[in-house]
Design a protein around this ligand. Structure first.
Ligand code: PBG
Length: 323
């Protein structure tokens, strides 16, 4: 049936009707807010390139978790800024390291908050790479040991989920085995499976003080040109025991999210990364765009592409828009 019998504008005439036939609705349940924990007390360092985001000492991190829950954001992803760094990043796995302390504090004072910890070494190494350096490159298998140690340490501190973001081969299997051996068989792993070597991480590296001091991450993160390879990465992570798989960044990779959703029957997460966030903020500051409309459109498009879960720095503001 064609025009004039069929008229698609008919269903767009009334706001109630438009809402009724809306195919994709983003809710606060879909969103995870990334937060940055730093040493000290009463510390709130603004992250210049990410307006509205801060490095927070643990006392204020706990307060932020309370305020997130008040607007309906019940899940956070933690990154740590340590007091000191070392060669391998193993310092991040110490029981008194920043993330284990942050996890314990949040779970004690805000027990309803679902706490996910990013597992990687780049915040904890002096050189800023995601693992142990041998002959100028990150050694895959040595790095697996530090990642497993971090997972166990976070698990012992009471974390609800771990999320490896390092892109080493075999890390999910290694972590799953280590967790199971220590009786954390119910602790889920959300794997950064298809993580690209992206220019969109720029602001994050300021936020987490994790920029590589030499070279780049091209020997472990994926080439933005590749799509089939993303499916292989995801498939391997599922085989190794990932419970949720992630595509990162989100906006330049909506096609990857869609392929992943169509190919695998597992929850898909997408990370709306720092650079994607900062571009919106910068344009909004200049008055060039309508920020609220744009944020809603962006998050809707990521979900429409097939993502069940969205990690986004817009989470809190989005929740406030809905109220
Ligand atoms: C650590 C990590 C990074 C991000 C999440 N985990 C940085 C990187 O790989 O360089 C990026 C998050 C963002 O840009 O918002 N490996």
């Amino acid at each position: 049936m064609y025009y004039p019998t069929t008229r698609l504008r008919r269903l767009r005439q009334n706001p109630v009707l438009r809402s009724m036939v809306t195919e994709t609705k983003v809710t606060t349940d879909d969103l995870i807010m990334p937060l940055f924990a730093c040493p000290g007390k009463n510390v709130k360092n603004p992250i210049q390139s990410m307006p509205g985001n801060f490095q927070l000492s643990i006392d204020l991190l706990v307060e932020e978790c309370k305020s997130l829950m008040e607007v309906g954001i019940n899940s956070v992803l933690l990154f740590g800024i340590p007091e000191t760094k070392d060669d391998t990043g193993i310092i991040g796995a110490h029981e008194h390291a920043i993330i284990p302390r942050a996890i314990r504090a949040i779970k004690k004072d805000v027990p309803g908050m679902y706490v996910i910890a990013d597992v990687c070494n780049c915040e904890y190494t002096t050189h800023g790479h995601c693992g142990t350096i041998v002959n100028g490159d990150v050694d895959n298998d040595l790095t697996l040991d530090t990642l497993a140690a971090q997972s166990i340490s976070f698990a012992k501190s009471g974390v609800d989920m771990v999320a490896p973001s390092d892109m080493m081969d075999g890390r999910v299997g290694k972590m799953r085995k280590a967790l199971d051996t220590n009786h954390f068989y119910n602790l889920p792993i959300m794997a950064y499976s298809a993580k690209y070597a992206s220019s969109f991480y720029g602001p994050f590296r300021d936020a987490a003080d994790s920029a590589p001091q030499f070279g780049d991450r091209n020997s472990y993160q994926m080439n933005p040109a590749n799509s089939d390879e993303a499916l292989r990465e995801i498939e391997l992570d599922i085989e190794e025991g990932a419970d949720i798989v992630m595509v990162k960044p989100a906006l330049s990779y909506l096609d990857i999210i869609r392929r992943a959703k169509d190919t695998f029957n597992i929850p898909i997460a997408a990370y709306n990364v720092s650079g994607e966030f900062s571009m919106v903020k910068a344009a909004a500051e200049k008055g060039w765009i309508d920020e609220e409309r744009m944020v809603k459109e962006i998050l809707t498009s990521i979900k429409r592409a097939g993502s069940d879960i969205i990690l986004t720095y817009h989470a809190k503001e989005f929740a406030q828009y809905l109220r």
